[in-house]
Design a protein around this ligand. Structure first.
Ligand code: ZN
Length: 282
């Protein structure tokens, strides 16, 4: 008996022919269909050099505007304009939301990638403001830059999406999560229900970092944990960040949340230094 197949490297339908042998020959042909015409895309690898270029831009923006990017300052406005320009050029629908209840009145930046069902939203956010004492590179140009480059990578890949994707850059986080709370309070109950997950990125560039995930045991965090598990990073719960960043605004409204962080003021334990490298006690 012989079995003949046609090799295929892309999704599609391929014939399989089976010929019997012996005096009475029978043959049958089967069709094997692999995948679909729209196979699920693989996640793009985010280019660290491009993230660092955004970080460098935020540093320059601070230098050119009195040394900081505090909410309501010229440095903050320049940061908003930088992110807005990149996103609009990539095809995002960008909305500036005037946070009238903020300590330092200024804009949240909301960016919607066109497409995907409006009642099934995944949202990713980072605060764009810093404190007045410095340029705010780790806190939080790091989260802002990673989010921006990820948004640009999504636009470049332009996959077919089963959910609508929205990004948010928050103002006035440093004065008490004011920008994100203002945004969540501005949503109707249907709009809140539509957000199936909110993912936060605050301080993701520590020079003595660890790998922390918010709500690490939740189903919302599962894709983030799966990714880091696949890299053998052995992530831990983001205990230090509980309730301290913009995910709290969403969590308080009943929206499932997760996020990545690399640590803030806590010291690295020797167990953490063993598995992640870096300096214990620092
Ligand atoms: Zn922060």
């Amino acid at each position: 008996m012989t079995v003949a197949t046609t090799a295929g490297t892309t999704p599609g339908s391929y014939p399989i022919t089976v010929d019997g042998d012996g005096a009475t020959d029978h043959s049958a042909q089967y069709t094997l269909t692999i995948g679909s015409t729209n196979p699920p895309p693989t996640a793009p690898d985010i280019d660290v050099a491009k993230v660092q270029a955004h970080l460098s831009q935020f540093g320059t923006i601070a230098s050119n505007n009195g040394g900081n990017r505090r909410a309501g300052s010229a440095g903050y406005t320049a940061s908003v304009n930088y992110v807005k320009g990149k996103l609009e050029a990539a095809g995002y629908t960008v909305t500036l939301q005037d946070c009238t209840s903020c300590t330092y009145r200024s804009n949240n930046l909301i960016a919607d990638w066109p497409g995907g069902p409006a009642d099934q939203v995944l949202m990713f956010g980072a605060h764009l403001d810093g404190v007045s004492a410095g340029p705010g590179i780790n806190d939080n140009a790091s989260g802002s830059s990673i989010l921006l480059e990820s948004a640009l990578a999504l636009a470049a890949a332009n996959p077919t999406l089963s959910k609508h994707v929205r990004f948010g850059w928050w103002t006035d986080e440093e004065q008490g999560l004011n920008g994100s709370r203002f945004y969540v309070n501005s949503l109707t109950s249907a709009q809140k229900t539509a957000i199936k997950g909110y993912y936060n990125f605050d301080m993701v560039a520590s020079t003595n970092g660890g790998y922390f995930i918010n709500n690490i045991t939740s189903t919302t965090s599962a894709p983030m944990k799966e990714c880091w598990d696949s890299l053998n990073l052995q992530p831990e719960e983001n205990v230090e960040g509980q309730g301290r960043s913009d995910d709290a605004s969403f969590k308080n409204a009943g929206i499932p949340t997760s996020g990545y962080a690399t640590g803030a003021g806590n010291s690295k334990t020797s167990a953490q230094a063993s598995k992640w490298g870096g300096t214990a006690g620092s």
